[in-house]
Design a protein around this ligand. Structure first.
Ligand code: TYM
Length: 382
């Protein structure tokens, strides 16, 4: 603890004279096709909610790209973790939440994240997230939060509903509504420069940049960088049964979602039942007229790292929809085979998982405590 304190004071003193200057990036959203081009000394941050087992959407939208990024950018720093405070926005019995947290960390490790290349930790184990959350919540207007679309689906409200509606207000928990300010605190606490996410998080990232700008302007500092959104290559994996919606664990139709832990037979069955179309002839990627087939093409592209164009060219030999589905199922089964076994083993070893998280927490706190010291000094709370 004393070492954390020392570095905080050193940093705070440094801040007064040498705050790192950040210029606004030319483009705040970058599509990731290759991962080896991050500027040196980038700080990359992202979290995933512990919703139990990880599905193909989370895997391609988060875990795989985190792994590729951290393996191929040795000059940068990577912090990844489990957004358990975010998961607390919807009630789960304590034992279930705890199991989910272990499952999530085991999934990240089984997914190939290497703790010598990235820090892995639980959000709730670093109290500075909650502390910064309060400062940022106080700087975020209800209007900004009301314009976010995700709280509406989480609170089971329609997309054109508003928090000013009496009924919506009564049935929406404040945590669900204020969740994007906590997300901004997660990112800004580490002064992250890049945040790899799927498409559904783009709006929250835009808000995060606005909060960072507003903080910098209000206190006349250049403290927070404006973090770039790194849109992962498989931006949005859609439900297998209804390709109008994203693949999500909360989908009541279980066949809509493939999990890393599914058996090969289950994967085969779910993919065979995936909604496609009856168009014959050449395969084409067209999310509007061929959403089901395009989703499968996107899945192949995410798994093989080929572009959509290369993927479309490479599947032309598949003669019918059944062959396409068998091809996709085999790719998923092969991708998840070792990961499933490792996941089962890891989950049995909670002591090991605890030690990984403790190590990650200590590393994350070292940075977080320095930065929260700086932030408190900027706002006059030191
Ligand atoms: P979460 O847990 O819903 O999803 C974790 C990551 O997976 C991506 N993702 C998908 N990508 C493609 N297709 C899908 N069907 C799909 N489903 C999920 C998400 O875009 C995300 O990148 N609020 C966040 C967690 C969070 C966070 C943060 C993320 C909390 N604080 C700070 C980044 C930075 C969430 O609920 O993600």
């Amino acid at each position: 603890m004393s070492c954390l304190r020392t570095s905080r004071y050193v940093s705070t003193a440094g801040l007064l004279t040498t705050t790192r200057a950040y210029t606004s990036p030319s483009s705040s959203i970058q599509e990731l096709n290759r991962y080896d081009n991050l500027p040196s000394n980038s700080r990359v941050f992202s979290l995933i909610q512990p919703t139990g087992r990880i599905h193909l959407g989370n895997y391609l939208g988060a875990v795989k790209s985190w792994r590729t990024l951290s393996n191929s950018n040795p000059d940068s720093e990577f912090l990844f973790g489990i957004a358990d405070l975010h998961a607390f926005t919807s009630y789960k019995p304590a034992a279930e939440l705890k199991d989910n947290r272990y499952q999530a960390i085991a999934s990240l490790l089984a997914g190939g994240l290497d703790t010598t290349k990235c820090t892995l930790y639980f959000q709730s184990s670093v109290p500075e997230h909650s502390e910064l959350n309060w400062y940022l919540t106080c700087m975020t207007s209800m209007g900004q939060l009301n314009r976010m679309t995700q709280w509406k689906s989480k609170a089971q409200q329609s997309q054109n509903s508003s928090i000013t509606d009496e009924k919506v207000m009564e049935s929406t928990k404040a945590g669900v509504f204020c969740y994007p300010a906590l997300q901004a605190a997660d990112i800004l606490l580490y002064r992250a420069t890049h945040v790899p996410v799927g498409d559904d998080q783009s709006q929250h990232l835009e808000l995060c940049r606005n909060i960072a700008k507003s903080f910098n302007n209000t206190y006349n500092v250049n403290y927070f960088p404006l973090p770039k959104t790194l849109l992962t290559p498989a931006k949005k994996i859609l439900s297998l049964k209804n390709p109008e919606k994203k693949m999500s664990k909360s989908d009541p139709v279980q066949a809509s979602c493939v999990y890393v832990t599914d058996s090969p037979e289950d994967i085969q069955l779910k993919i065979r039942k995936a909604t496609t179309d009856s168009i014959q002839g050449a395969w084409s990627f067209d999310p509007v007229t061929r959403p089901g087939v395009s989703n499968l093409i996107n899945i192949i592209s995410g798994l093989t790292n080929e572009s959509i164009e290369e993927t479309v060219a490479s599947i032309q030999h598949l003669k019918d929809h059944k062959s396409l589905k068998d091809y996709v199922a085999k790719l998923i089964i092969d991708e998840f085979h070792d990961k499933r076994q490792l996941y089962d083993e890891l989950l049995k070893n909670r002591d090991y998982l605890d030690s990984v998280c403790k190590q990650g927490r200590d590393k994350a706190r070292e940075l977080a405590s320095v930065n929260i010291g700086d932030i408190k000094s900027i706002v006059g709370m030191d």
